[in-house]
Design a protein around this ligand. Structure first.
Ligand code: KE4
Length: 425
């Protein structure tokens, strides 16, 4: 069997950067990525036969650990009946009933195939509902790679954005206003500078894509209030946090009712999935009922939904959130103790099974304070952990994840390795 090195050499001949998603290329931490041969529980086994305790969890879906027997069995059972029908299927009804049960703000829901599709479609829906074109997003929040969302704060920061990727037309970017997160004054100024023009505000209620960042007390309530006052749709992008931090996501924890919610990752049990849902008066504008078009060949795919239903049923049975929070606290406490002993400044924001380590003396509360952390030192830390068998997100600006399978030996071993790595810096 080829090793990671030979696989990567071949991959780079045919796949841009040798990867099918940029963060996997290790560009942010240096070195070459390993290839994974298999995964089980808290562990990845690489193409080189190395076992790694995994703190990426395939970027969120594997909340029950990899290759959970219940999810595997659900996929196998669905597979007996075929892989895709292109017609409505019973799993779609069961999944919709589960999502609506766990997320009271979601009265109707549409399945799709990725988080990108979910947020792109939710924005189109908000624009169709309000008949407005502009949207507000926040610096650092990532919502997938649709054109309206690959936008950075523009020169006219309060009125329009600039493309954040080649290939995004300036005309598209101008419709996106990018503001700073955790800044109520900036949000109110954004609305004031665009009176009656903002279709929606989209945000990660707890950010996972700058590393993990929590909102200031009262911030989410202020966002809700500003959207209501300005007739803008509030979209919670809970692709990462949905079912991960609580059965009903951040909106359950913070008791906020968004107008639309985007989901993904966990609801597919590791298979391709996305979903968006919310107020019925907005969702009913979707084709075939209404004028907002959205579609997908594999939307509601029976295998993906069978896996996702098994994952959600397991969450309902196990109610693992207190345990996941204890595991997250255990890892952060070990890292903070090691950093203190070493005299290295470290921040370790955490909620449940999402957390990050930022090498900086300043609490991280938005993109600038995250970027002020020492990414180079994180790279050194990343490779010290990897060498000893712990795989962290290959970027200082990503949330870590853990699963119920990390409990016990895996998390204890990982804490030892993280402690040793910090001491070696
Ligand atoms: P996908 O299109 O990758 O399924 O979902 C996009 C998305 C939307 N919203 C949030 C809050 C997300 O975190 C994501 C995707 N998360 C990244 C992790 N930073 C996926 C990893 C990757 O891009 O390879």
């Amino acid at each position: 069997m080829s090793s990671s090195e030979s696989l990567f050499a071949r991959a780079q001949q045919l796949i841009p950067g040798g990867v099918n998603s940029p963060v996997r290329a290790f560009r942010s931490v240096g070195g070459a990525p390993f290839f994974t041969r298999s995964a089980k529980g808290a562990t990845l086994t690489t193409a080189d036969g190395k076992e790694l305790i995994d703190f990426v969890c395939t970027w969120g879906p594997a909340i029950h650990g990899h290759n959970h027997p219940r999810i595997k069995a659900a996929i196998a059972a669905a597979l007996e009946n075929g892989t895709s029908f292109g017609t409505p299927n019973p799993y779609e009804v069961q999944m919709a009933e589960l999502i609506v049960k766990f997320f009271p703000s979601i009265q109707k829901v549409r399945m799709c195939n990725s988080g990108t599709e979910a947020t792109m479609s939710a924005i189109r829906l908000a624009r169709g509902f309000t008949k407005r074109d502009k949207i507000i997003k926040f610096a650092g929040c990532y919502h997938g790679h649709s054109d309206s969302l690959l936008v950075a704060a523009g020169s006219g920061a309060l009125t329009h954005g600039n493309p954040d990727s080649a290939g995004v037309p300036a005309a598209f970017a101008r419709e996106t206003v990018v503001l700073s997160y955790n800044d109520v004054a900036a949000l109110n100024a954004g609305f004031a500078a665009n009176p009656g023009q903002i279709a929606c505000v989209i945000l990660e209620p707890y950010i996972g894509n700058v590393g993990f960042i929590k909102p200031d007390a009262g911030y989410l309530q202020a966002v809700r209030k500003a959207c209501t006052a300005n007739g803008a749709v509030l979209i919670f992008d809970e692709v990462m946090t949905g079912f991960r931090l609580a059965r009903g996501g951040v909106q359950e924890i913070e008791r906020i009712v968004p107008d639309l919610t985007c989901l993904g990752k966990i609801i597919g049990g590791g298979l391709p999935v996305g979903a968006f849902g919310g107020r019925a008066d907005i969702m009913d504008l979707l084709a075939p009922l209404g004028p907002v078009y959205q579609a997908g060949t594999l939307s509601g795919n029976p295998l993906a939904l069978a896996a996702g239903i098994a994952a959600l049923q397991l969450l309902d049975e196990l109610k693992p959130y207190a345990k996941l929070d204890a595991l997250g606290r255990q890892v952060c406490a070990a890292a903070l103790a090691a950093a203190k002993a070493k005299g290295i400044p470290l921040q370790a924001p955490q909620a449940g099974s999402m957390f990050s380590l930022f090498f900086t003396p300043t609490p991280v509360r938005d993109l600038p304070t995250a970027l002020a952390s020492d990414a180079k030192l994180f790279g050194k830390f990343f490779h010290a952990c990897l060498a000893d068998g712990v795989y962290l997100p290959p970027s200082a600006y990503e949330s870590w994840f853990l699963s119920t399978a990390h409990e016990g030996a895996a998390v204890d071993r990982a804490c030892e390795i993280i402690t040793k790595a910090i001491k070696s810096l």
